[in-house]
Design a protein around this ligand. Structure first.
Ligand SMILES: Cc1cc2nc3c(=O)[nH]c(=O)nc-3n(C[C@H](O)[C@H](O)[C@H](O)COP(=O)(O)O)c2cc1C
Length: 378
Protein backbone atom coordinates (compact mmCIF):
# COMPACT_ATOMS: atom_id res chain seq x y z
CA UNK A 1 0.00 0.00 0.00
CA UNK A 2 1.26 3.50 -0.71
CA UNK A 3 1.79 5.59 2.38
CA UNK A 4 1.61 9.30 2.98
CA UNK A 5 4.59 11.37 2.09
CA UNK A 6 6.12 12.26 5.42
CA UNK A 7 4.87 15.52 6.80
CA UNK A 8 5.64 17.28 10.00
CA UNK A 9 3.58 15.78 12.77
CA UNK A 10 2.94 18.80 14.90
CA UNK A 11 1.11 19.40 18.10
CA UNK A 12 -2.64 19.10 17.73
CA UNK A 13 -4.67 20.63 20.52
CA UNK A 14 -7.26 18.67 22.39
CA UNK A 15 -10.50 20.57 22.12
CA UNK A 16 -12.13 20.98 25.47
CA UNK A 17 -15.75 20.13 26.07
CA UNK A 18 -16.95 22.55 28.66
CA UNK A 19 -20.69 22.40 28.43
CA UNK A 20 -23.02 21.56 31.21
CA UNK A 21 -26.41 20.11 30.48
CA UNK A 22 -29.61 22.03 30.92
CA UNK A 23 -33.08 20.64 30.52
CA UNK A 24 -34.76 23.06 28.18
CA UNK A 25 -37.15 20.59 26.67
CA UNK A 26 -39.93 23.06 27.24
CA UNK A 27 -38.16 25.37 24.76
CA UNK A 28 -38.39 22.67 22.17
CA UNK A 29 -41.73 21.41 23.40
CA UNK A 30 -40.58 17.96 22.39
CA UNK A 31 -39.66 15.89 25.35
CA UNK A 32 -43.08 14.82 26.53
CA UNK A 33 -44.86 14.51 23.19
CA UNK A 34 -42.01 12.82 21.36
CA UNK A 35 -40.35 10.67 23.95
CA UNK A 36 -41.04 7.44 22.04
CA UNK A 37 -39.53 8.90 18.88
CA UNK A 38 -36.51 10.09 20.83
CA UNK A 39 -36.16 6.59 22.22
CA UNK A 40 -35.90 5.09 18.75
CA UNK A 41 -33.45 7.74 17.50
CA UNK A 42 -31.18 7.15 20.47
CA UNK A 43 -30.83 3.49 19.49
CA UNK A 44 -27.75 2.29 17.58
CA UNK A 45 -28.04 2.17 13.80
CA UNK A 46 -26.95 -0.86 11.80
CA UNK A 47 -25.34 -0.07 8.47
CA UNK A 48 -24.65 -3.46 6.95
CA UNK A 49 -22.13 -5.12 9.27
CA UNK A 50 -21.33 -1.87 11.08
CA UNK A 51 -23.17 -0.66 14.15
CA UNK A 52 -23.18 3.10 14.70
CA UNK A 53 -23.89 4.39 18.20
CA UNK A 54 -25.07 7.76 16.87
CA UNK A 55 -27.60 8.68 14.21
CA UNK A 56 -26.17 12.14 13.66
CA UNK A 57 -23.59 12.52 10.90
CA UNK A 58 -21.27 15.27 9.73
CA UNK A 59 -21.27 15.40 5.93
CA UNK A 60 -18.24 15.39 3.69
CA UNK A 61 -17.42 19.02 2.83
CA UNK A 62 -14.74 19.64 0.27
CA UNK A 63 -12.15 22.10 1.57
CA UNK A 64 -13.57 21.82 5.10
CA UNK A 65 -13.74 18.33 6.66
CA UNK A 66 -10.03 17.73 6.97
CA UNK A 67 -8.42 16.05 9.96
CA UNK A 68 -8.43 19.30 11.94
CA UNK A 69 -12.13 20.03 11.41
CA UNK A 70 -13.07 16.43 12.17
CA UNK A 71 -11.13 16.51 15.45
CA UNK A 72 -13.10 19.58 16.43
CA UNK A 73 -16.48 18.09 15.55
CA UNK A 74 -15.59 14.80 17.17
CA UNK A 75 -14.58 16.46 20.42
CA UNK A 76 -18.26 17.38 20.82
CA UNK A 77 -19.72 14.29 19.12
CA UNK A 78 -17.38 11.36 19.82
CA UNK A 79 -19.70 8.69 18.41
CA UNK A 80 -20.83 10.35 15.21
CA UNK A 81 -19.82 9.15 11.76
CA UNK A 82 -17.62 11.75 10.06
CA UNK A 83 -16.44 11.88 6.46
CA UNK A 84 -13.29 12.94 4.70
CA UNK A 85 -13.45 15.42 1.85
CA UNK A 86 -14.28 13.67 -1.41
CA UNK A 87 -11.40 11.97 -3.20
CA UNK A 88 -11.12 11.41 -6.96
CA UNK A 89 -10.63 7.72 -7.80
CA UNK A 90 -8.87 8.61 -11.05
CA UNK A 91 -6.41 10.89 -9.27
CA UNK A 92 -5.82 8.23 -6.67
CA UNK A 93 -5.11 5.71 -9.41
CA UNK A 94 -2.34 7.91 -10.82
CA UNK A 95 -0.86 9.12 -7.53
CA UNK A 96 2.12 7.37 -6.01
CA UNK A 97 1.24 8.59 -2.53
CA UNK A 98 -2.08 8.90 -0.79
CA UNK A 99 -3.27 12.52 -0.68
CA UNK A 100 -3.40 14.31 2.64
CA UNK A 101 -7.21 14.45 2.48
CA UNK A 102 -7.22 10.69 3.06
CA UNK A 103 -5.29 10.92 6.29
CA UNK A 104 -7.26 9.75 9.28
CA UNK A 105 -6.18 9.51 12.89
CA UNK A 106 -5.16 6.00 13.98
CA UNK A 107 -7.91 6.00 16.61
CA UNK A 108 -10.46 7.92 14.54
CA UNK A 109 -13.77 6.10 14.54
CA UNK A 110 -16.38 5.94 13.08
CA UNK A 111 -14.98 7.33 9.87
CA UNK A 112 -15.87 7.08 6.20
CA UNK A 113 -13.88 8.05 3.12
CA UNK A 114 -15.91 9.54 0.29
CA UNK A 115 -14.93 8.80 -3.32
CA UNK A 116 -16.12 10.17 -6.63
CA UNK A 117 -15.62 9.12 -10.22
CA UNK A 118 -17.45 7.40 -13.05
CA UNK A 119 -15.13 4.41 -13.53
CA UNK A 120 -16.20 1.33 -11.57
CA UNK A 121 -12.71 -0.24 -11.77
CA UNK A 122 -10.95 2.89 -10.45
CA UNK A 123 -13.62 3.26 -7.78
CA UNK A 124 -13.06 -0.33 -6.63
CA UNK A 125 -9.31 0.22 -6.48
CA UNK A 126 -9.78 3.48 -4.59
CA UNK A 127 -12.21 1.82 -2.19
CA UNK A 128 -9.61 -0.82 -1.32
CA UNK A 129 -7.08 1.92 -0.58
CA UNK A 130 -9.68 3.70 1.54
CA UNK A 131 -10.35 0.58 3.58
CA UNK A 132 -6.61 -0.04 4.03
CA UNK A 133 -6.46 3.51 5.35
CA UNK A 134 -9.04 2.69 8.02
CA UNK A 135 -12.35 3.72 6.42
CA UNK A 136 -15.22 1.86 8.07
CA UNK A 137 -17.54 2.62 5.19
CA UNK A 138 -16.84 3.78 1.67
CA UNK A 139 -19.20 6.51 0.54
CA UNK A 140 -19.85 7.19 -3.12
CA UNK A 141 -20.58 10.76 -4.16
CA UNK A 142 -23.52 10.96 -6.55
CA UNK A 143 -24.56 14.47 -5.59
CA UNK A 144 -21.79 16.95 -6.33
CA UNK A 145 -23.21 19.66 -8.65
CA UNK A 146 -19.87 21.24 -9.62
CA UNK A 147 -19.34 21.35 -13.40
CA UNK A 148 -15.71 20.25 -13.15
CA UNK A 149 -16.92 16.98 -11.59
CA UNK A 150 -20.15 16.41 -13.52
CA UNK A 151 -18.53 17.02 -16.92
CA UNK A 152 -16.25 14.09 -16.24
CA UNK A 153 -19.23 11.88 -15.38
CA UNK A 154 -18.93 12.00 -11.59
CA UNK A 155 -21.05 13.42 -8.76
CA UNK A 156 -24.66 14.27 -9.59
CA UNK A 157 -24.25 13.42 -13.28
CA UNK A 158 -24.55 9.78 -12.19
CA UNK A 159 -28.24 10.52 -11.56
CA UNK A 160 -28.50 10.67 -15.35
CA UNK A 161 -26.39 7.55 -15.85
CA UNK A 162 -28.12 4.99 -13.65
CA UNK A 163 -26.46 2.00 -15.33
CA UNK A 164 -23.01 3.38 -14.53
CA UNK A 165 -24.11 4.37 -11.03
CA UNK A 166 -25.30 0.82 -10.31
CA UNK A 167 -22.15 -0.69 -11.81
CA UNK A 168 -20.05 1.50 -9.51
CA UNK A 169 -21.97 0.39 -6.44
CA UNK A 170 -21.91 -3.32 -7.26
CA UNK A 171 -18.23 -3.29 -8.28
CA UNK A 172 -17.17 -1.40 -5.17
CA UNK A 173 -19.34 -3.58 -2.93
CA UNK A 174 -17.69 -6.70 -4.37
CA UNK A 175 -14.21 -5.22 -3.85
CA UNK A 176 -14.37 -4.35 -0.15
CA UNK A 177 -15.68 -5.96 2.99
CA UNK A 178 -16.99 -2.76 4.60
CA UNK A 179 -20.43 -1.27 3.89
CA UNK A 180 -20.70 0.80 0.74
CA UNK A 181 -22.95 3.85 1.06
CA UNK A 182 -24.16 6.51 -1.37
CA UNK A 183 -24.85 10.22 -0.95
CA UNK A 184 -27.03 11.71 -3.65
CA UNK A 185 -29.63 14.36 -4.54
CA UNK A 186 -33.26 14.33 -5.63
CA UNK A 187 -32.43 14.45 -9.32
CA UNK A 188 -30.77 16.53 -12.00
CA UNK A 189 -33.51 19.17 -12.03
CA UNK A 190 -37.24 19.43 -11.38
CA UNK A 191 -38.01 17.73 -14.69
CA UNK A 192 -35.84 14.75 -13.78
CA UNK A 193 -36.68 13.58 -10.29
CA UNK A 194 -36.63 9.78 -10.25
CA UNK A 195 -35.08 9.43 -6.85
CA UNK A 196 -37.37 6.71 -5.49
CA UNK A 197 -36.60 4.32 -8.33
CA UNK A 198 -32.93 5.36 -8.39
CA UNK A 199 -32.61 4.71 -4.65
CA UNK A 200 -34.26 1.30 -4.93
CA UNK A 201 -31.80 0.36 -7.64
CA UNK A 202 -28.87 1.53 -5.51
CA UNK A 203 -30.11 -0.70 -2.72
CA UNK A 204 -30.44 -3.66 -5.11
CA UNK A 205 -26.92 -2.99 -6.38
CA UNK A 206 -25.53 -3.35 -2.87
CA UNK A 207 -25.66 0.06 -1.20
CA UNK A 208 -26.03 -0.36 2.57
CA UNK A 209 -27.10 3.19 3.42
CA UNK A 210 -28.34 6.17 1.46
CA UNK A 211 -27.93 9.83 2.37
CA UNK A 212 -30.32 12.07 0.52
CA UNK A 213 -29.60 15.77 0.09
CA UNK A 214 -33.13 16.93 -0.60
CA UNK A 215 -32.31 19.33 -3.43
CA UNK A 216 -31.82 18.81 -7.14
CA UNK A 217 -28.50 19.43 -8.88
CA UNK A 218 -30.05 22.50 -10.52
CA UNK A 219 -30.88 23.93 -7.09
CA UNK A 220 -27.27 23.83 -5.99
CA UNK A 221 -27.55 24.95 -2.38
CA UNK A 222 -30.44 27.33 -2.97
CA UNK A 223 -34.05 27.13 -1.94
CA UNK A 224 -35.40 25.03 0.90
CA UNK A 225 -34.47 21.37 1.10
CA UNK A 226 -37.54 19.30 0.13
CA UNK A 227 -37.71 16.87 3.00
CA UNK A 228 -40.96 15.31 1.73
CA UNK A 229 -38.90 13.40 -0.84
CA UNK A 230 -36.78 11.93 1.93
CA UNK A 231 -39.96 10.51 3.49
CA UNK A 232 -40.92 8.91 0.19
CA UNK A 233 -37.50 7.33 -0.26
CA UNK A 234 -37.49 6.10 3.33
CA UNK A 235 -40.82 4.36 2.71
CA UNK A 236 -39.41 2.59 -0.34
CA UNK A 237 -36.11 1.30 1.10
CA UNK A 238 -35.09 -1.23 3.72
CA UNK A 239 -31.54 0.14 4.16
CA UNK A 240 -31.05 3.18 6.43
CA UNK A 241 -31.91 6.54 4.89
CA UNK A 242 -30.16 9.63 6.25
CA UNK A 243 -31.74 13.05 5.80
CA UNK A 244 -29.56 15.91 4.57
CA UNK A 245 -30.30 19.53 3.73
CA UNK A 246 -31.04 22.51 5.97
CA UNK A 247 -30.15 20.85 9.27
CA UNK A 248 -29.02 24.04 10.98
CA UNK A 249 -30.23 23.44 14.52
CA UNK A 250 -31.48 20.83 16.99
CA UNK A 251 -35.03 21.94 16.21
CA UNK A 252 -34.53 21.48 12.47
CA UNK A 253 -33.07 18.01 13.02
CA UNK A 254 -36.04 16.90 15.12
CA UNK A 255 -38.58 18.38 12.71
CA UNK A 256 -36.85 16.69 9.79
CA UNK A 257 -36.73 13.31 11.53
CA UNK A 258 -40.40 13.61 12.46
CA UNK A 259 -41.49 14.64 8.98
CA UNK A 260 -39.44 12.09 7.08
CA UNK A 261 -39.12 9.12 9.43
CA UNK A 262 -35.46 9.02 8.33
CA UNK A 263 -33.01 6.86 10.26
CA UNK A 264 -30.68 9.75 11.00
CA UNK A 265 -29.66 13.26 10.04
CA UNK A 266 -26.54 14.66 8.44
CA UNK A 267 -25.34 18.20 9.21
CA UNK A 268 -23.50 20.21 6.58
CA UNK A 269 -23.31 24.02 6.31
CA UNK A 270 -24.75 24.29 9.82
CA UNK A 271 -21.36 23.17 11.14
CA UNK A 272 -19.36 25.84 9.33
CA UNK A 273 -17.99 28.04 12.09
CA UNK A 274 -20.13 26.02 14.48
CA UNK A 275 -18.55 22.59 15.04
CA UNK A 276 -20.79 22.12 18.06
CA UNK A 277 -23.91 21.34 16.02
CA UNK A 278 -23.52 17.57 15.49
CA UNK A 279 -22.82 17.11 19.20
CA UNK A 280 -25.80 19.26 20.17
CA UNK A 281 -28.22 17.21 18.05
CA UNK A 282 -26.66 13.94 19.13
CA UNK A 283 -26.95 14.97 22.79
CA UNK A 284 -30.60 15.92 22.40
CA UNK A 285 -31.51 12.66 20.67
CA UNK A 286 -29.78 10.69 23.39
CA UNK A 287 -31.04 12.57 26.43
CA UNK A 288 -34.05 14.68 25.44
CA UNK A 289 -32.15 17.60 26.92
CA UNK A 290 -30.57 20.53 25.14
CA UNK A 291 -26.98 21.55 25.71
CA UNK A 292 -26.63 25.25 26.43
CA UNK A 293 -25.34 27.01 23.33
CA UNK A 294 -21.71 28.09 23.57
CA UNK A 295 -21.12 31.71 24.48
CA UNK A 296 -19.59 34.05 21.92
CA UNK A 297 -16.31 33.86 23.85
CA UNK A 298 -16.42 30.04 23.66
CA UNK A 299 -17.10 30.16 19.91
CA UNK A 300 -14.21 32.53 19.34
CA UNK A 301 -11.90 30.47 21.54
CA UNK A 302 -12.83 27.51 19.36
CA UNK A 303 -11.89 29.63 16.33
CA UNK A 304 -8.48 30.24 17.91
CA UNK A 305 -8.00 26.49 18.41
CA UNK A 306 -9.07 25.88 14.82
CA UNK A 307 -6.61 28.45 13.49
CA UNK A 308 -3.73 27.08 15.55
CA UNK A 309 -4.47 23.48 14.59
CA UNK A 310 -4.62 24.29 10.86
CA UNK A 311 -1.31 26.11 11.14
CA UNK A 312 0.26 23.22 13.05
CA UNK A 313 -1.02 20.68 10.53
CA UNK A 314 -0.59 22.48 7.19
CA UNK A 315 1.65 25.47 7.82
CA UNK A 316 1.16 28.49 5.53
CA UNK A 317 -1.49 26.64 3.46
CA UNK A 318 -3.34 26.02 6.73
CA UNK A 319 -3.32 29.74 7.48
CA UNK A 320 -4.84 30.54 4.10
CA UNK A 321 -7.49 27.85 4.61
CA UNK A 322 -8.15 29.13 8.12
CA UNK A 323 -9.27 32.52 6.82
CA UNK A 324 -12.62 31.23 5.54
CA UNK A 325 -13.21 29.19 8.70
CA UNK A 326 -12.49 32.19 10.90
CA UNK A 327 -14.96 34.36 9.03
CA UNK A 328 -17.63 31.69 9.56
CA UNK A 329 -17.17 31.97 13.33
CA UNK A 330 -17.89 35.70 13.22
CA UNK A 331 -21.64 36.04 13.30
CA UNK A 332 -24.27 37.72 15.39
CA UNK A 333 -22.24 39.65 17.91
CA UNK A 334 -21.20 43.29 18.14
CA UNK A 335 -18.23 43.94 15.86
CA UNK A 336 -18.65 40.65 13.93
CA UNK A 337 -18.66 42.24 10.48
CA UNK A 338 -15.44 44.20 11.07
CA UNK A 339 -13.72 41.19 12.62
CA UNK A 340 -14.83 39.01 9.71
CA UNK A 341 -13.33 41.42 7.24
CA UNK A 342 -10.03 41.59 9.18
CA UNK A 343 -9.76 37.83 9.54
CA UNK A 344 -10.48 37.24 5.85
CA UNK A 345 -7.07 38.70 5.03
CA UNK A 346 -5.11 37.90 8.18
CA UNK A 347 -1.39 37.44 7.42
CA UNK A 348 -0.14 35.51 10.42
CA UNK A 349 -1.34 33.17 13.14
CA UNK A 350 -0.24 35.65 15.80
CA UNK A 351 -2.33 38.40 14.19
CA UNK A 352 -5.33 36.05 14.01
CA UNK A 353 -4.97 35.15 17.68
CA UNK A 354 -4.68 38.82 18.64
CA UNK A 355 -7.81 39.82 16.71
CA UNK A 356 -9.79 36.96 18.19
CA UNK A 357 -8.51 37.65 21.72
CA UNK A 358 -9.62 41.27 21.40
CA UNK A 359 -13.10 40.15 20.31
CA UNK A 360 -13.30 37.60 23.11
CA UNK A 361 -12.55 40.27 25.71
CA UNK A 362 -15.04 42.65 24.13
CA UNK A 363 -17.79 40.00 24.13
CA UNK A 364 -17.21 38.37 27.50
CA UNK A 365 -20.52 39.62 28.78
CA UNK A 366 -22.52 39.43 25.52
CA UNK A 367 -25.57 37.18 25.55
CA UNK A 368 -25.51 33.80 23.80
CA UNK A 369 -26.96 33.40 20.33
CA UNK A 370 -29.13 30.42 19.52
CA UNK A 371 -27.64 28.71 16.43
CA UNK A 372 -31.19 28.30 15.11
CA UNK A 373 -31.08 32.04 14.46
CA UNK A 374 -28.11 31.58 12.16
CA UNK A 375 -30.03 29.53 9.60
CA UNK A 376 -29.12 30.24 6.01
CA UNK A 377 -26.27 32.59 6.82
CA UNK A 378 -23.76 30.78 4.58
C1 LIG B 1 -18.32 23.95 0.91
C2 LIG B 1 -19.10 22.69 0.63
C3 LIG B 1 -18.42 21.54 0.26
C4 LIG B 1 -19.12 20.36 0.02
N1 LIG B 1 -18.42 19.22 -0.30
C5 LIG B 1 -19.09 18.04 -0.44
C6 LIG B 1 -18.38 16.82 -0.67
O1 LIG B 1 -17.14 16.77 -0.76
N2 LIG B 1 -19.11 15.68 -0.78
C7 LIG B 1 -20.49 15.67 -0.69
O2 LIG B 1 -21.11 14.62 -0.78
N3 LIG B 1 -21.16 16.81 -0.47
C8 LIG B 1 -20.50 17.98 -0.34
N4 LIG B 1 -21.20 19.13 -0.09
C9 LIG B 1 -22.67 19.07 0.10
C10 LIG B 1 -23.03 18.89 1.58
O3 LIG B 1 -22.45 17.72 2.10
C11 LIG B 1 -24.55 18.85 1.79
O4 LIG B 1 -25.08 17.79 1.05
C12 LIG B 1 -25.23 20.15 1.40
O5 LIG B 1 -24.51 21.27 1.87
C13 LIG B 1 -26.68 20.21 1.90
O6 LIG B 1 -26.79 20.31 3.27
P1 LIG B 1 -27.06 21.74 4.02
O7 LIG B 1 -28.25 22.38 3.36
O8 LIG B 1 -27.35 21.35 5.45
O9 LIG B 1 -25.81 22.52 3.86
C14 LIG B 1 -20.53 20.33 0.10
C15 LIG B 1 -21.21 21.51 0.45
C16 LIG B 1 -20.52 22.68 0.70
C17 LIG B 1 -21.28 23.92 1.09
Amino acid sequence: MPKFQPFLKRRMPKFAINFCVANVSSDLGLKSSHSSLLTSWSQPLNVGSLTLQSRVFQSPLSGVTDLVFRRLVRSYAPQSMLYTEMVSATELHHLRHLPQVMEIDPDETPISIQLFDCRPDFMAEAAQKAVAQGAQTVDINMGCPVNKITKKGGGSSLLRQPEIAMAIVSTVAAAVDVPVTVKTRLGWDDQEIQIVEFAQRLQDAGAQMLTLHARTRAQGYNGAARWDWIGQVKQALSIPVIANGDIFSVEAAITCLEQTGADGVMCSRGSLGYPFLVGEIEHYLRTGEKRPVPTIAERLTCAQDHLQALWDYKGQRGLYQARKHLTWYCKDFPGAATLREQLSRVESVAAGHALLAQAINANLSSPDIDPGLMVGKY
